[in-house]
Design a protein around this ligand. Structure first.
Ligand SMILES: NC(=O)c1ccc[n+]([C@@H]2O[C@H](COP(=O)([O-])OP(=O)(O)OC[C@H]3O[C@@H](n4cnc5c(N)ncnc54)[C@H](OP(=O)(O)O)[C@@H]3O)[C@@H](O)[C@H]2O)c1
Length: 362
């Protein structure tokens, strides 16, 4: 039995699930919390808007580390419920930080690249660069960062409260809609057939899709590093992790189309940038510098975006129909288990190696 215990909030979410797994595979005792999807066993039910529930979970689990991943991060839901979002993203974060700081628990607060304005010419952003969120989601996450750092400073526990910013995420998902990247697979799929409607896809803003498994590993590495450090007050308070894979959303659709052997003629690239006179400016490029992590000696390498999708992506669609078949590859006909997406065979988009991988997956 390990002597290290971590508590991961939002462990039923896209990122929290992978953070929990990363700690488990590093032999931590790992407990997660969720709300609507909590199972009451590995994932405890915790409503973060209830201070006494937070206190009770901390007392029951007695973690040395808390990774705070729970948040409202869907911009439309944020705009529809600003008060509820502030309660979760800011007030609950402050309460959690206050209680963790009082008990000397290391808190890793997951934040976002959207704390920056992303104006052309500014990226890459160092961790101490000027912030300037362009939307309410980014503002509440930035306020959450400040709440964590203030509570640890007030408790005299500098170095135990740390912010980890990440950009747009992709990875294993319960549904494509869980991730702003995975969902583009769905967009490509729905753009098939003569009756499919034309859709516009952003081909202006630069994104750095980062894998949730990689983020989980980095969070676990940070926890180990910070717990071991003797002089914690000299450690950076804000860290950033990002892939270097750069794509517009339209380019991601191109990648998915190629992998699935589907054409994307019905998806039109939209190169329109910001209207300089508009009151709300969209971020153009929020690329995060990973310098602070590198200086700590933490591995910032990431999985290759295209490679991951070729290997793992199809089975994350949840649309697979398996069929037994045989295809002519090389000198012989090799029996394989194939994959069909709805009525469209994927054979056109597959290489020999892919077929072998699909055989293993299925
Ligand atoms: N996804 C991205 O592309 C992205 C990019 C940058 C930064 N981030 C940051 O990464 C973190 C994780 O994001 P994610 O994509 O994993 O989010 P997600 O999939 O939407 O998951 C949100 C999690 O928060 C929990 N939750 C919601 N309301 C709660 C409440 N009142 N009390 C307790 N738990 C509550 C949910 O529990 P139930 O589902 O069980 O109700 C779920 O586990 C967030 O802090 C986000 O700001 C995400």
């Amino acid at each position: 039995m390990s002597d290290k215990t971590v508590l991961v909030t939002g462990a039923t979410g896209l990122l929290g699930r992978q953070i929990l797994k990363a700690f488990q595979s590093n032999e931590w005792n790992a407990k997660g919390t969720g709300l609507s999807r909590a199972d009451g066993q590995t994932i405890l039910k915790l409503d973060l808007s209830n201070d006494s529930e937070i206190e009770k979970v901390l007392n029951d689990v007695k973690p040395q580390v808390v990774v705070h991943s729970a948040a409202n991060r869907f911009p439309d839901k944020v705009d529809a419920d600003p008060e509820g979002t502030r309660r979760l993203n800011v007030q609950a974060t402050r309460t959690l930080a206050r209680l963790c700081a009082q008990q000397g628990i290391l808190l890793i607060y997951i934040s976002t690249d959207y704390v920056f304005s992303g104006k052309p010419g500014e990226a890459p952003y160092e961790a101490d660069a000027q912030t300037g969120p362009t939307n309410l989601y980014g503002q509440t996450k930035l306020d959450g960062e400040r709440a964590v750092l203030e509570e640890y400073e007030r408790a005299g526990k500098d170095g135990l409260g740390v912010v980890l910013r990440v950009p747009v995420l992709y990875g294993e998902a319960e549904m494509p809609a869980e991730s702003a990247v995975n969902v583009l697979m769905d967009v490509v799929w729905k753009a098939q057939g003569e009756d499919a409607k034309k859709v516009k896809m952003d081909h202006w803003a630069l994104r750095y899709p980062t894998n949730t498994e990689d983020c989980g590993r980095v969070a676990a590495d940070i926890a180990t590093h910070y717990l071991k450090a003797t002089d914690k007050s000299s450690l950076p308070k804000v860290l950033q992790f990002s892939s270097e894979d750069k794509y517009t959303k339209y380019e991601m659709c191109q990648v998915f189309g190629e992998i699935m052997g589907l054409n994307i003629d019905k998806i039109e690239p939209n190169t329109e940038g910001n209207d300089p006179n508009a009151s709300v400016q969209r971020p153009y490029d929020c690329h995060l510098s990973t310098r602070a992590l590198k200086e700590l000696g933490i591995d910032v390498s990431t999985q290759d975006f295209v490679g991951w999708w070729r290997r793992e992506g199809i089975r994350n669609l949840g649309l697979m129909v398996c069929f037994a078949s045989s295809v002519p590859i090389g000198p012989d006909y090799i029996p394989v288990v194939g994959v069909e997406l709805g009525r469209r065979s994927l054979t056109a988009g597959l290489t020999e190696m892919d077929w072998y991988e699909f055989r293993i997956i299925v």
